[in-house]
Design a protein around this ligand. Structure first.
Ligand code: NAP
Length: 407
């Protein structure tokens, strides 16, 4: 048997994935162990069914979150971050944010420390998952959320703190700002560099996966120098770096009479609040959506609801160096250890991971077998409560059924 090896990159920066590959995983807290065990069974089953003994994943556990704290007193060690960097691809369950430990969120810390600047969340309907939409088959969107800046940068001071007072005094005296007494203060930094690398990734994804448009979602009508600048920088990078592949929405009407030329992606922008209603009324008008951090957080959960809720929502956080795949939802502590919740979010994140590794046959097998499991009507509680006549099964039984469908 081949010795298991790490993923590397070639001189063109492309991933080189050995057939017997080591992939680090973080089990996660709360419902993490339940959904991870089901996910691991499904990924291993898909790889075996697709490639026999030729390919295999050797899982390497990283102790992060509660497990890390119990083992060596660290919620998130530099060693664990180093291992993710070194292996280039990892998958994780949700992590609890330790309260009162001076850490804002383990998940946000992982994204920021590894500079995982793009959070990718595909929202695609899997028939017959229950959906509140009239025509859920029209839903096929992918959100690219900026991960490193905006109000999530964590630059904020509590009302009445000396820091907030210092900043307030500076803003009033030096900048002529008018502020309420004892205001809490938060800073919203957004830069051309970080916006452009995010929008570039979104456009590359649209080209590779043949999406017809990239929409820049922003609130630039109000926040002109942050969200408005995001919009402008987004158009700039589209024209500077992808001129042969894209046209703007203005060009679509001025030059092409509203008819999208074959092979061209339309770059458009929408104000955030309006986009929230348009994705409900006309979801088929949107493909890839690129957006700053906070907007991205809101729209991800709203769109997840269109395709079956958080239990069905996969995601990935990527940089140019590494990629961490994870479910969109959190640790759902009330369900921890009950073998109850839907593992599909992490399983579908695993399928995204296999796609990223180029193991596409296994990824496709996971998606089709999961769809068959839903069609059978034997589903976890979250789907069972929405499907008339469905039978509720456990998290692990649902995972096992997906593997059986691969046969
Ligand atoms: P949550 O864990 O996402 O859970 C909220 C609700 O979403 C659950 O009560 C459940 O709804 C539904 N849900 C979540 N996962 C599900 C699944 N796999 N299957 C079916 N339904 C699912 O949000 P939270 O309770 O606000 O957050 C709990 C903790 O998670 C916090 O410590 C937070 O910081 C952390 N968190 C971590 C991440 C991450 O690791 N990426 C992300 C978000 C939050 P019902 O009650 O209706 O059944």
């Amino acid at each position: 048997m081949n010795k298991p090896e790490k993923i590397t990159k070639n001189s063109n920066g492309e991933l080189v994935v050995p057939d017997h590959v080591i992939i680090p995983f973080i089990e996660g807290d709360g419902i993490g162990p339940d959904i991870w065990h089901a996910t691991r069974t499904v990924i291993d089953g898909a790889v075996k069914t697709a490639y026999g003994e030729e390919r295999k994943i050797f899982w390497h556990e990283l102790f992060v979150g509660e497990k890390g704290f119990k083992k060596d007193g660290q919620w998130l060690s530099d060693d664990a971050l180093g291992e993710i960097r070194e292996h280039m691809v990892a998958i994780k369950g949700p992590l609890t944010t330790p309260v009162g430990e001076g850490m804002r969120s383990l998940n946000v810390s992982i994204r920021q420390k590894l500079d995982l600047f793009a959070c990718i969340r595909p929202v695609k309907y899997i028939d017959p998952v229950p959906s509140p939409m009239k025509n859920p088959n029209k839903i096929d969107m992918v959100i690219f959320r900026e991960n490193t800046e905006d109000l999530y940068a964590g630059i904020e001071w509590a009302s009445g703190s000396p820091e907030a007072e210092t900043v307030s005094t500076f803003l009033k005296e030096k900048m002529g700002a008018s502020l309420p007494e004892k205001a809490g203060i938060g800073i919203k930094p957004m830069s051309a560099k970080n916006t452009k690398r995010l929008v570039a990734k979104a456009i590359e994804y649209a080209i590779e996966n043949k999406y017809p448009s990239v929409t820049l979602m922003h609130k630039g009508n109000i926040m002109k120098f942050t969200e408005g600048a995001f919009r402008n920088w987004g158009y700039e990078v589209a024209i500077e770096s992808f001129r042969d592949h894209v046209i703007t929405e203005d060009e679509l009407y001025d030059t092409y009479d509203g008819r999208q030329p074959a092979g061209k992606i339309v770059i458009k922008d929408r104000i955030a609040d309006m986009l929230f209603q348009q994705v409900l009324l006309r979801p088929d008008e949107f493909g890839v959506i690129a957006t700053p951090n906070l907007n991205g957080d809101y729209i991800s959960d709203a769109l997840a609801a269109q395709v079956g809720g958080l239990g069905m929502a996969p995601g990935a956080n990527i940089s140019n160096e590494c990629a961490v795949f994870e479910a969109t939802h959190g640790t759902a502590p009330k369900y921890a250890g009950l073998d109850k919740v839907n593992p599909s979010s992490l399983i579908l994140s695993g399928a995204m991971m296999l796609d990223h590794m180029g193991w596409k046959v296994a990824a496709t097998l996971i998606r089709s077998s999961l769809q068959m499991a839903v069609k059978s009507g034997k589903v976890t509680y979250d789907l069972a409560r929405q499907i008339q006549g469905a039978t509720e099964v456990t998290c692990s039984a649902f995972g096992d059924a997906i593997v059986r469908n691969m046969g």
